[in-house]
Design a protein around this ligand. Structure first.
Ligand SMILES: [Cu+2]
Length: 120
């Protein structure tokens, strides 16, 4: 069966009262992302002010299910692909609305972004 890849780009919402110097977009492979399967997220990090790709960033990715107040037990490993792109893999324990809480540190700046993702 030929996989149909939907391009779903989800923009990060700035947390209330704080604006991150970075913008994070996430795209899942496979798409849609399903619970119980290993999902690879392509994370694109840009500067909020001028849209420039951010290379050499330290990313910490924390999946969080806000409706139920839990995350995942596994630490999410992040690898830099280049050109402002990063990869993170994780397996969601259940379907529903999740957050990818992404902490970005680069060029002496730090910021927190939240990407809302729907897991089927
Ligand atoms: Cu849950």
């Amino acid at each position: 069966m030929r996989a149909v890849l939907l391009t779903v780009l989800v923009s990060a919402c700035a947390s209330p009262g704080a604006s991150s110097p970075f913008d994070v977009q996430a795209q899942s492979d496979p798409s849609p992302a399903t619970a119980g399967a290993s999902i690879t997220w392509a994370l694109d990090v840009t500067r909020t002010d001028d849209g420039a790709a951010v290379e050499g960033a330290e990313l910490t990715v924390t999946p969080w299910m806000p409706a139920m107040g839990h995350g995942l037990s596994d630490v999410v490993l992040v690898t830099e692909v280049g050109g402002g792109s990063y990869e993170a893999a994780c397996t969601f324990s259940m379907s529903g609305s999740w957050e990818l809480q992404v902490h970005v540190a680069a060029d002496g700046d730090e910021g927190d972004d939240v990407v809302i993702v729907e897991i089927e």
